[in-house]
Write a protein that binds this ligand. Structure first.
Ligand code: NAD
Ligand code: WQD
Length: 339
């Protein structure tokens, strides 16, 4: 089966490409490299021992997409391409709606034109807003507090509408919790531009000496140690969730909405400790004010994924930190580090 992976050069996409190829799928990567580098593809090629077909293009361009679909019979699309920085989305809402929402509409139009009607979409736990309780089930109400989150909600609805209009579509919406860690080769991983927004890359860069200290955003939440609690999931487990979803795509006769998380929550300070243990490095931190828009606690009930995808996260917090450290210590400057 030939799978088009949009955003396949990015953090989650690159790990998923590895697992797809290892599972025997034929993969084509489509990416405009606005938030990634070709080096990630070079590294993936080394891991899997084969060349990857890459189309450089933008999902908002019918011409770019047409080049792929007219020259390949694509069986399904895994759609990672999108912008993902929450703060930036508040400052540049139109850019986020254009890239994420408009881009997905155009992708689906082109898919339809070429009679490819199977899509797995990267949604996010952010669509649960501030959940009334945890663990979070797929049936919980959704809401968004920023344009990034709203773009995910809109896309989910658009894909549901598409299915209603034509039941030949196969749609799986995967709601990721907090992806962290890296492939255990230490050669691919998360490579944020500039100062990381997310906790784990910030911790990793502090441990490697690139940042002086971590600001812990709030220690007065209603959590065991006062710091925010999240469901961190190893990116390789997350990638495996996509392979399982693809394997079962034809089994489903409705739009599937599925959490991909571990079901366990860890606080910011627990993550700091775990990372210090895995790396043998100190991670200095200071308590700072709460970050606007943050919630106290967020973790999944992952039982639906187990039931319908036969998937569950296998890697614990130690492995997340060890693999994250391997990537960071071997690549202090991310993909700009000479290999
Ligand atoms: P990433 O930025 O590393 O990867 C996204 C990739 O998409 C990049 O390679 C980028 O160059 C590409 N891209 C962006 N816009 C494009 C466009 N218009 N045309 C073609 N390519 C384009 O991000 P990631 O962490 O790998 O996330 C992948 C997906 O998962 C995103 O949709 C993101 O919103 C979603 N997600 C991520 C997280 C997370 O914490 N990392 C959590 C939940 C959901
Ligand atoms: C985790 C915890 C922070 C940085 C975001 C998006 C979400 C999803 C995943 C895409 C929180 C604390 C963080 C720092 C800190 N992305 N923190 N100091 O906010 O759960 O989710 O990424 O879909 O949509 O909102 O992840 O890693 O930013 O924060 O104390 O420098 O770490 O307050 O408690 P978050 P995060």
């Amino acid at each position: 089966m030939k799978i088009l992976v949009t955003g396949g050069a990015g953090y989650i996409g690159s790990h998923t490409v590895v697992l797809l190829i290892e599972a025997g799928y034929e993969v084509i990567v489509f990416d405009n490299f606005c938030n990634s580098s070709r080096e990630s593809i070079n590294r993936v090629e080394k891991i899997v021992g084969q060349k990857i077909t890459v189309f450089e293009g933008d999902i908002r361009s019918r011409d770019d997409l047409g080049k792929v679909f007219s020259s390949n019979k694509i069986d399904a699309v895994i759609h990672f391409a999108g912008l993902k920085a929450v703060g930036e989305s508040v400052e540049q809402p139109l850019r986020y709606y254009d890239n994420n929402v408009n881009g997905t509409v155009i992708l689906c139009e082109v898919m339809e034109k070429y009679n490819c009607k199977s899509i797995i979409f990267s949604s996010s736990a952010t669509v649960y807003g501030d959940p009334h309780t945890t663990p979070i089930l797929e049936s919980f109400p959704t809401s968004a507090t920023n344009p990034y989150g709203r773009s995910k909600l809109f896309i989910e609805e658009i894909l549901r509408d598409l299915y209603v209009s034509d039941n030949d579509w196969k749609v799986i919406l995967l709601r990721y919790f907090n992806p962290v860690g890296a492939h255990n080769s230490g050669t691919i991983g998360e490579d944020p531009n500039g100062i990381p927004n997310n906790l784990m890359p910030f911790i990793a860069q502090t441990a490697v000496g690139k940042r002086e200290y971590l600001s812990v955003f709030g220690d007065d939440y209603d959590t065991p140690d006062g710091t925010g609690v999240r469901d961190y999931i190893h990116v390789v487990d997350l990638a495996q969730g996509h392979v399982n979803a693809l394997d079962r795509l034809d089994d489903f006769s409705e739009v599937m909405t599925i959490n991909l998380g571990t079901g366990k929550g860890y606080s910011v300070l627990e993550m700091v400790k775990a990372f210090e243990k895995a790396s043998g490095k100190k991670v200095p931190y200071k308590i700072a004010p709460r970050r606007a828009g943050d919630i106290a606690t967020c973790f999944a009930d992952p039982s639906y994924a187990k039931e319908v995808l036969d998937w569950e996260a296998k890697r614990g917090i130690e492995e997340m930190c060890e693999d994250g450290w391997l990537w960071q210590s071997q690549n202090p400057d991310g993909y700009l580090t000479k290999s």
